[in-house]
Write a protein that binds this ligand. Structure first.
Ligand SMILES: *Cc1c(COP(=O)(O)O)cnc(C)c1O
Length: 424
């Protein structure tokens, strides 16, 4: 029989992985419980809405009576415990989905407060935090402020910063590329209740990127008005080829839809000349895939902890998103880590990732992603800004076996350069 074990894997790598798995196996059970719960939630939504093969059909032109489009909205609304949804291949990314919400919901003269510190990098220009670019929220007469985030949602401080013209509170669920912790939908509920007691008309928006299906609840199950995210992250299950979603209160989704198309048109038009099947299939797979990537993240954290590297979160710590960061501490280690991930990728495994300057970042950034869907970070991928403290951020993995294969390549790459001290 052909030996398909990773070429030349050292005994110590095998042993480290084995003992790391022994350490985290007990916690796999909880991950599986959540996947099973969410799998049933998705199935139930398909059943309730009577999904059929005819909903996969492509449409052209205006897309009047596009039943696939309407079904996709209904199924997402159902899965996310929301009144309505806008799920579209033409929402080009998570940033686009979030930007639609912000611009649709905050009128000139009204304000938005981010309660989890600075929002994700790509939103800064949309809001107008960086520069005062034409078309930003701030340039059109809305105001923006933020509350520094210390790890928990602070309702008292938020209420102090609010007034009658505060239209939107913004929460980022995921830790993103920082050392803050991710937030669970359950902790959002208590916060939302306290805010609504005083300002019933304020709208709470959650950036749900990387958080979908990590918990059994979603923010919209927990008193949050509206959420948005990307279909090439968690809810696309690695199968949706493109797109973004918004789920929430019907009146708010309608405003977003009118911003997305046009007032007077809203959700009523929009065709898709390819099949809708991958969006449904991706949603079907998403709870499982998210579980696989969480197990992979735990394995990376556990092995690197055993080698003396700190990780955020710790292997067995509560998780509210799929991101894992590891404190590698040195530029050369970050580069070796990313080379390992790239060489374990199904696509472009022969390519060597190098740091590069990217718009929106104040340092060079290295990205390792040999993914089927371009840039899909639900697939095994890693990125890191090339600056102290030299943390690498790793996420995704369509299967646990692939995460493990990636880990082996990373360890081999670091071993080659004498970066591993196996005596710790
Ligand atoms: C990825 C991400 C975004 C933006 O999504 P894109 O699809 O890359 O535009 C926003 N917020 C968070 C927390 C993210 O992880």
């Amino acid at each position: 029989m052909k030996n398909n074990e990773p070429h030349g894997m050292s005994v110590w790598i095998k042993e480290r992985i084995k003992s790391a798995e022994d350490h985290i196996r007990g916690a796999f059970e909880r991950v599986e419980e959540i996947s099973e719960y969410n799998q049933n939630k998705v199935l139930e939504a398909f059943k309730q809405n009577e999904l059929s093969a005819r909903h996969f059909s492509q449409t052209t032109g205006y897309g009047y009576d596009d039943i696939g489009r309407d079904m996709l909205d209904r199924v997402f609304a159902c899965v996310f415990g929301a009144e309505d949804a806008l799920v579209r291949p033409h929402i080009v990314s998570g940033t686009h989905a979030l930007s639609l919400c912000i611009h649709a919901l905050v009128e000139p003269g009204k304000g938005m407060i981010s309660v989890t510190g600075k929002p994700y990098d790509t939103l800064e220009e949309s809001i107008g935090i960086r520069g005062q670019k034409r078309g930003s929220l701030v340039s059109k007469g809305s105001y923006y402020s933020q509350i520094e985030f210390n790890g928990t949602l602070d309702a008292a401080r938020t209420l102090e910063s609010m007034n009658e013209s505060t239209r939107l509170l913004y929460i980022q669920r995921s830790r993103g590329y920082s050392e803050r912790r991710g937030l669970s939908p359950v902790e959002m509920q208590a916060f939302a209740e306290r805010i609504k007691d005083v300002y019933p008309n304020a709208v709470i928006l959650v950036d749900n990127c990387y958080g979908e299906f990590v918990n059994i609840e979603e923010p919209t199950d927990c008193g949050i008005d509206i959420i948005a995210g990307s279909l090439i992250k968690n809810p696309g299950g690695g199968i949706a080829p493109t797109g973004g979603y918004i789920c929430g209160r019907e009146d708010l989704v309608e405003l977003c839809a009118e911003r997305f198309t046009s007032p007077g048109i809203g959700k009523e038009t929009g065709s898709y000349a390819a099949s809708y099947e991958p969006f449904f299939k991706g949603l079907f797979f998403a709870p499982h895939v998210v579980g696989q990537s969480l197990k992979g993240a735990m394995l990376f954290a556990s092995v690197f902890n055993s080698l003396g590297y700190d990780s955020f979160p710790k292997p067995l710590e509560e998780r509210n998103d799929i991101i894992q960061s590891i404190a590698l501490g040195k530029e050369a280690h970050v580069l070796a880590f990313c080379r390992g991930i790239q060489s374990a990728s199904p696509v472009d495994s022969h390519v060597t990732p190098v740091p590069w300057s990217m718009p929106g970042y104040d340092s060079d950034v290295i990205m390792a992603a040999g993914t089927f869907i371009q840039g899909a970070s639900i697939e095994l991928s890693a990125d890191a800004p090339i600056k102290p403290p030299y943390n690498v951020y790793f996420q995704g993995g369509l299967t646990y076996a692939h995460c493990k294969a990636g880990l082996i390549k990373v360890l081999q790459e670091m071993e080659k350069e004498d970066m591993i001290n196996t005596s710790v």
